[in-house]
Design a protein around this ligand. Sequence first.
Ligand code: COA
Ligand code: NAD
Length: 695
Amino acid sequence: MTQPVTYERDGRIGLIRIDNGPVNALSHAVRIGIVSALDAFEQDAAADIAIVHGAGRLFIGGADITEFGKPPQDPWLPEVIDRIEACPKPVIAALHGAALGGGLEVALGCHYRLAMPGTKLGLPEVTLGLIPGAGGTQRTPRLTGLAKAMEMVSSGTPVSPEDALACGLIDRIGAGALVAEAKAYATDLLEQGAPARPVSAMPRPAPDAEASAAIRSRLARTAKGLVSPLAAVEAVEAACDTDLRDGLAIERQKFREMMETPQREGLIHAFFTERRVAHLPEIAGVAPRPVARVGVIGGGTMGAGIATAALLRGLSVTLIERDAAAAAKARDTIGGNLAAAVKRGKLSEAMRDTALSQALTTAISYDALSDVDLVIEAVFEDMSVKKKVFAELDRVCKPGAVLATNTSYLDINEIAASISRPQDVVGLHFFSPAHVMKLLEVVVADKTAPEVTATAFALAKTLGKVAVRAGVCDGFIGNRILSHYRAAADRMVLAGASPFQIDAALTDFGFAMGPYAVADLAGLDIGFLTRQRKAATRDPQDVVPVWADALYHLGRLGQKTGRGYYIYEGRQGTPDPEVDRLIAEARADAGITPRSFDKAEIVRRYMAAMVNEAARVVDEGIAQRPLDVDVTLLSGYGFPRHRGGPMKWADMQGLESLLADIEGFAQEDPFFWHPAPLLMRLVAQNRTFDSLNAG
Ligand code: COA
Ligand code: NAD
């Protein structure tokens, strides 16, 4: 096996190279390797200065997250960093790509830091429910001052080399080739007679009461319910009153506490599942078809958003609308979306101009699609309209073009069967707004070719989306589960809970928004039309939220009309007593005496409905693994990331108690509640959902 860390010398300069692809994570072998390389450097009388650098595309991506939760193995990272810092001869960290978490902490243990342009320097541990555990909270403020260090550790957001130079985190920005630049810096330092310069010997940061108060008030808004950001701030503040050794002990203590939290477990689950979601045996080794030119049919809410997403990532787009006026309107919407991206610094003005003048074409005739590599249809949700569109695509598109539909509910097998090339048809279910939302459900129909699935996953990567594989059913993974937990919420409303109480209980749980605020955002017409569509096949025992139909008939369609469940002045709604009155009428009509619900019961019922339906979705193969459900709900439905997703949440609660809840609910409402067979099997076998994620 090749060594993950090597030492060699060039003239008076020792070179310590870390090579542990893909991200040079600080595994046990790397930690041992760094210590031996330092030994070699110290004993090498001809070497007067050392450079630590990473092979491949980045310096070091962090501690090895796969080792978290396992017994620690010597040497620990803090010891390795102390060892670097204690080296009597100067050591330079030469950073490129990224120096994150433990990677930046290694750099802070070195005596001088050089970063190449574009390097991301950050302490992202809070995004994993942790705090820096190898000196990051103590050394950073000694270089940058308290305020900047508190900001870095509590947000987890990386800084640029320019920012890092300005705040004192690094000493120099290079240009050209990494190792050559680092050697030039080493030569300069040797000429200056620069000594070893440990950060631990630098003065403590000065307390800054104003910055401490400001960061707390920011966290109260942006990190509600999260424990690690505040712990990270407290550890940094400890640097003001302690020497490095005592500060490190405080940091370690807090790091250990964070390691034991369920939030850490949920966040790390989210991190790995988001990466594993694209590992699918059916597309392993299958080459995607190249996609440079994209067609979009329909320039309404979704079509304009999808076109924007493609243009933002440098693809060329041909958008087809029904007439010139609709095409012009779509162009305006896209122009507005791109202007907003320029404003947020996501796109340069020049790139925006090129996108609108060269990359985007709008047309009325389908013939404009003859050379596109992939088409996404986003016309009205109506099977006959979709089939007409696909017949046109079948006629004009070149052989091998991927033909995708953005349908939310329709049967993609039926669409595919209506044309001569069903193997090229796939569902690409974007979420609104399509240029913002991360989730993309890739709906694989019976005849979809593996290359087409692979192309869909590759496109998602190009667009910066998280793709999840789903099978064909009403609502695929996300909307199918959503309609079930929404129904559970409506049943609670009928029984006595108010929509506002339900929303409050779920935002307390950590959801970005409650289901009724979400309905107002999406538009109450969407739910109404879905109920209409399902009316013919609905079981008479099912609960119909007649109050929601009443809101629709009153023209209260949600945020877009200023009223829905809530009254809006701006985007923040206030509960409307009129809605309570409509619901009271519905209860009276149904002969129901309302009872009270507390927040805990609301969460239990809502989550039980979500997990129960999710278990069916997995059992039926609509989602291949529980992790596909977790990623869907995390990236498309505002599920709290620190809870890891509904299946992870269920595992952490214990499946047995969840099943007992569902069995209890089934006794009072046997129509709605049926324990999912998969849940029963897992409980009988004493297994978790996570045990199905392996492989
Ligand atoms: N430990 C172990 N494995 C890691 C890792 C870490 N710190 N960081 C990334 N990986 C793995 C990923 O799981 C992925 O594995 P896979 O190929 O089997 O799916 C692989 O390395 C590549 O990671 P990916 O995120 O796809 O690469 P990227 O180039 O998009 O991003 C990073 C690279 C380093 C920016 C990104 O991986 C990242 O943010 N890592 C975590 C950084 C962090 O939080 N560090 C703090 C820990 S103390
Ligand atoms: P929309 O009504 O805003 O837009 C549809 C557009 O398609 C209109 O601009 C219309 O002029 C155009 N159109 C209709 N027939 C056409 C044809 N034959 N050729 C060219 N253009 C045609 O609808 P939307 O909300 O953008 O939804 C489009 C699709 O996306 C639907 O299938 C819907 O179910 C799905 N979807 C919607 C959402 C959402 O939140 N709105 C989310 C995911 C998926």
